[in-house]
Ligand binder design. Sequence first.
Ligand SMILES: [Fe+2]
Length: 167
Amino acid sequence: MITNEPTHTATVETVDTGIDQAMIGRLADALCQAVADTFSLYLKTLGTHWNVVGPNFYGIHKLTQKQYEDLNEALDELAERIRGLGYPVPAGFTEFRDISIIEVESAIKSSDEMLRALIADNEALAKRFREFSNVAADAQDKFTEDMLIGRIGAHEKNAWMLKAVLG
Ligand SMILES: [Fe+2]
């Protein structure tokens, strides 16, 4: 949920981007949610990579590795952008769980169930990152907007590839 009132406070390392501080605060909140979502999906994608079984094991194992590596890289870029904007980054399981829309369960499911969950999660994040990119657009933060738009494409591609595997 994106609110109009920023909940985070800027730190001293704030870069002068020329963007209105209140807008940056809203954007930092959106980016913190993006970090929590990306971390949660990273963890869930790893779970599938590790636990998948069946005739498509190798393909799913390799595909999910490519996806979790990309999520890990994106996570770092998103977090470092928050720091560049002068805000602290959440980095705890509890905070991630509280602000992410991705449910990460430890119970091992069937391979098809895990794939279906990852498809739904990637589709949900593509939509959510569209909202986040709109916050960046409102703040006229072109760099962050571009980064977030890139993530929409990444999540849509992930969903497509996982669907193709599922058949
Ligand atoms: Fe591995």
